[in-house]
Design a protein around this ligand. Structure first.
Ligand SMILES: [Zn+2]
Length: 172
């Protein structure tokens, strides 16, 4: 899916952050055709045409009604990478997502669980080296706050289709 359009809740903040609430242009146009959303901003110079009409592709849309959301950051592979800024917690280097893996600080075989507190980001090389050893990660893993996650979003090389999206992703 290409991230063409940002979806905002009625309060002007993204509907979700992790992952960011985005849809491709096709879905964005479909959503605007039913009345549950309205367009905040169209993409400049992006019009799709059919034989009978031309439509602007929206860049930012907002739900007409407020949706109550969970404030917790869900535990997932990509959220762990995001928490750790794609930095291997053993060698301290940054890697593309495909070169990273999740590492259990206390191995499952020794009673470790799969949780924010026991799972960290590791490159594949360090992960192999570590094996079942007691090597400690550079930072002690913990459950991230929304604020922390938002900051890593803004710091990461996350590609925003439209610069204006950053206005809606505030840290406080
Ligand atoms: Zn590493």
């Amino acid at each position: 899916m290409s991230a063409d359009c940002l979806i905002l809740n009625r309060d002007g903040r993204p509907l979700s952050f992790f992952p960011l609430s985005v849809v491709d242009w096709h879905s964005a146009i479909k959503l605007t055709l039913n009345r549950k959303v309205f367009v905040v901003k169209d993409h400049n110079d992006w019009v799709v045409r059919s034989p009978s009409m031309a439509l602007n592709v929206p860049s930012i849309i907002m739900l007409s009604n407020y949706h109550h959301l969970k404030k917790e950051v869900k535990f997932s592979r990509s959220n762990v990478f995001s928490r750790d800024n794609y930095v291997c917690q053993y060698c301290g280097k940054k890697f593309p997502r495909n070169d990273l893996t999740l590492d259990h600080v206390i191995p499952i075989s020794k009673g470790g669980d799969t949780s924010w507190e026991n799972v960290t980001t590791s490159c594949k090389v360090c992960n192999n080296k570590k094996g079942n050893s007691d090597l400690k990660p550079l930072t002690t893993p913990k459950k991230p706050t929304l604020k922390h996650m938002m900051r890593s979003y803004l710091d990461s090389s996350y590609n925003f289709k439209d610069e204006e999206w950053t206005k809606y992703i505030d840290i406080d």
